[in-house]
Design a protein around this ligand. Structure first.
Ligand code: HEC
Length: 147
């Protein structure tokens, strides 16, 4: 190979390509990070009550039978979107009354309200199972409802 091969592209052209790629990379990164965090993660719903409710969820070991985001025991159904899809009153009925399959755990009024606030936060923070997804042209995955 002779030396010519290495000089077929001028230094200015090489620099031009280099800086174009750097700029494209920077622009793409800004777009991905900006768009990637634009949707709601439910943070506004994480109140002091929801925080207490999380402790109630652990204290009464709901996780031994239920899942959140698919994780937990499998005796009862996943609770991720129970309040946001079936309603707060629906969830409350199970918690306060129990059923033939779910024990009545004897939570007091305050614990029940806090727990429902926590479940509402969980429902706003994500979806389970994740079904309806769209991919943006730059590669981010977003649920079809934009949440
Ligand atoms: C011993 C296992 C067990 C424990 C512990 C338990 N559950 Fe359940 N839960 C179940 C079962 C089983 C069902 C389904 C009941 C039925 O269909 O009759 C259920 C149903 C539910 C439902 C209705 C869900 C739906 O989508 O229909 C909610 C809400 C719920 N439980 C909340 C809780 C919470 C909150 C706790 C903790 C305070 C808890 N459960 C503790 C077993 C349990």
């Amino acid at each position: 190979m002779d030396g010519e091969t290495y000089h077929c592209m001028g230094l200015r052209t090489k620099r031009g390509i280099f800086w174009t790629l750097i700029l494209l990379f920077a622009g793409y990164s800004v777009m991905v990070y900006d768009q990637g965090t634009a949707h709601s993660t439910g943070e506004e719903a994480y109140t002091a009550a929801a925080d207490r409710g999380k402790m109630v969820y652990h204290q009464y070991n709901c996780v031994s039978c239920h899942q959140i985001y698919g994780l937990g025991g499998y005796m009862g159904p996943d609770l991720t979107n129970v309040t946001t899809s079936k309603g707060r009153a629906y969830a409350e009925a199970f918690i306060t009354g129990g059923t033939a399959k779910m024990p009545r755990l004897g939570l007091d009024r305050q614990e029940t309200d806090d727990l429902l606030d926590y479940l509402e936060y969980v429902g706003k923070a994500g979806h389970y199972p994740v079904t309806d997804l769209e991919t943006t042209f730059y590669g981010n995955i977003i649920p079809a409802d934009g949440k």
